[in-house]
Design a protein around this ligand. Structure first.
Ligand code: ADP
Ligand code: MG
Length: 271
């Protein structure tokens, strides 16, 4: 296991002693069991002045250190919700709290900081830069976040960390390949390593296996599961695939802009 991951594990090791009941969201629990919480989130799009409501009233809690899946039909608003949680989109109404701080109404600079340092994001279509190698794509957030001087000073340590993460996702033999020279599954593994480079507290994944065949998708799922199980990284994954969602710690269903019913308890470890 890499130092990066070990450090994160040390930081969150107390979470492993939390009672199993934190997966039930009908029991209010101390706030520090939740890494993120929303209340009454609303979001509409407008098509020729016609309102298309997507999120009507989303109240949800994301338990720290757990793997949460959000399911719903295509067009049900899963991506909109995930982007809103990740501050890529702003809600029209409602609140989002992250580690006790309200984040839906913060300034653009602070939102950017959260996305760069606290949240890792993985998308269905990878969003890698085609002209960069695997190593450069993984290092990219570090290059953007730091001043040129700081980047140069810390380049060895950062490169080492990037290589550890690339090893973690099993791509050490593809360090110098560009995205066009990689398979879909390999590109998604690069995207996961990139999402982890800043040591995020929360990984938001939007249909991370949606563009992959089922065997490759299973490999991506097993990387995500081990990040969660070995390092207690909190993961929220959006999917329309119920069989994937059932292997998460809890499954939330988005129906007509609301989270429906109680979270489902899965048969996780047997999956
Ligand atoms: P899902 O990820 O569950 O498939 P989305 O969140 O992408 O759903 O989209 C929910 C609904 O919002 C869809 O009907 C979609 O067409 C609409 N929508 C999403 N993004 C936009 C946008 N930028 N402008 C207008 N409508 C949008
Ligand atoms: Mg989507």
């Amino acid at each position: 296991m890499s130092k990066t991951i070990e450090r994160r594990k040390a930081r969150t090791s107390s979470d492993t002693t939390k009672p199993a009941s934190i997966v039930m969201n009908d029991q209010p629990l101390p706030t520090d069991d939740w890494i993120m919480r929303t209340s009454g989130l609303k979001k509409s799009y407008y098509k020729s002045k016609l309102e298309v409501p997507v999120l009507r009233d989303v109240t949800v809690e994301i338990p720290r250190g757990k793997f949460t899946a959000i399911v719903g039909q295509s067009g049900s608003g899963k991506s909109t919700l995930l982007h809103t949680l990740g501050t890529l989109d702003a809600p029209d109404a409602g609140e989002i709290h992250y580690n006790e701080n309200r984040i839906d109404n913060i300034a653009a600079g602070r939102r950017e900081q959260l996305r760069n340092r606290d949240f890792g994001m993985v998308f269905q279509f990878y969003h890698l830069l085609p002209e960069l190698t695997t190593l450069e794509n993984v290092l990219l957030p570090m290059m953007i976040n730091a001043s040129a001087w700081r980047y140069w000073r810390e380049r060895r340590q950062r490169t080492r960390r990037a290589k550890e993460l690339i090893e973690l996702v099993g791509l050490s033999h593809r360090l110098k390949h560009r995205p066009s020279e990689l398979s879909g599954g390999e590109m998604q593994r690069v995207a996961i390593a990139r999402a982890l480079i800043a040591e995020p507290q929360l990984l938001l994944a939007d249909e991370p296996t949606g563009n992959l065949d089922s065997k490759t998708g299973d490999q991506i799922m097993s990387i995500l599961r081990s990040l969660n199980e070995d390092s207690q990284l909190t993961i929220v994954m959006v999917t329309h695939d119920m069989s994937l969602a059932e292997t998460a710690d809890r499954t939330l269903r988005l129906v007509e802009g609301r989270i429906q019913g109680k979270p489902q308890q899965p048969a996780r470890k047997s999956a």
